[in-house]
Design a protein around this ligand. Structure first.
Ligand SMILES: [Zn+2]
Ligand SMILES: [Zn+2]
Length: 214
């Protein structure tokens, strides 16, 4: 497991768009939330696929990590994807590199299985983004706005700027944007990348796979 903030930042800094098509995927779902494959099997598939860096980011839970031995995966960065609202916009916030047993994050974790898998339940999430990002930082991690181009924002740059005020560290730039579950795509990878670079934000990427990694 890669676990210091600096080493994680360095990895994200050194990866480019093509790497996310071949060796890196920091957005995988497992049966701990609404994915189809248990974490241990999915990570074996990730290795077989040739991924050099990866992360499980289940919705509001670290339960997937209970199925694996972190020491067995030196190429793994811990992750999670929180449902929350900010300034009237529903969003997904990724956290990377946190201690998965952090007391700071406990209040923000799912209270039951439905909060990890049912969109309609997750949509009513009541997490204060400022407090959540503070907890992510206290837990040793970084906070990233997930699939940024899917955000239902009119002026995305302004929205990102507002999120910087509450501690956001970066944007998930490299993402397949296949209108996953019919989500409306408001922005493009290019426009998100420009915002990330303008404000010197960390750029991450992942497939948001909910099934097999083959
Ligand atoms: Zn998401
Ligand atoms: Zn996701």
């Amino acid at each position: 497991m890669i676990n210091t903030k600096d080493s994680i930042k360095k990895i994200f800094e050194n990866l480019c768009e093509d790497d996310y098509k071949t060796i890196a995927d920091f957005h995988l779902h497992t049966t701990a939330s609404d994915g189809k494959i248990p974490a241990n099997q999915l990570l074996e598939q990730a290795r077989k696929k040739g991924l050099k860096y990866f992360s499980i980011c289940d919705h509001n839970t670290f339960d997937g990590y209970k199925l694996i031995n972190l020491q067995d995966y030196p190429e793994l960065i811990t992750g999670i994807e929180f449902d929350c609202w900010y300034r009237g916009i529903f969003l997904h916030l990724l956290a990377y590199g946190t201690d998965i047993n952090s007391e700071d994050l406990m209040p923000f974790l799912a209270k039951n299985k439905l909060e990890t898998e049912k969109d309609i339940i997750r949509f009513f999430a009541r997490r204060n983004v400022k407090d959540l990002i503070k907890a992510i930082h206290n837990a040793g991690g970084i906070a990233i706005l997930a699939h940024s181009a899917c955000c239902w924002t009119i002026n995305h740059e302004h929205f990102v700027k507002c999120m910087l005020d509450v501690g956001l560290d970066g944007l998930e730039v490299y993402y397949p944007y296949k209108r996953h579950r019919g989500i409306i795509k408001f922005h493009t990878i290019k426009s998100i990348k420009m915002i990330a670079e303008k404000y010197n934000l960390i750029k991450t990427g992942g497939t948001d796979t909910h099934g097999e990694l083959i």
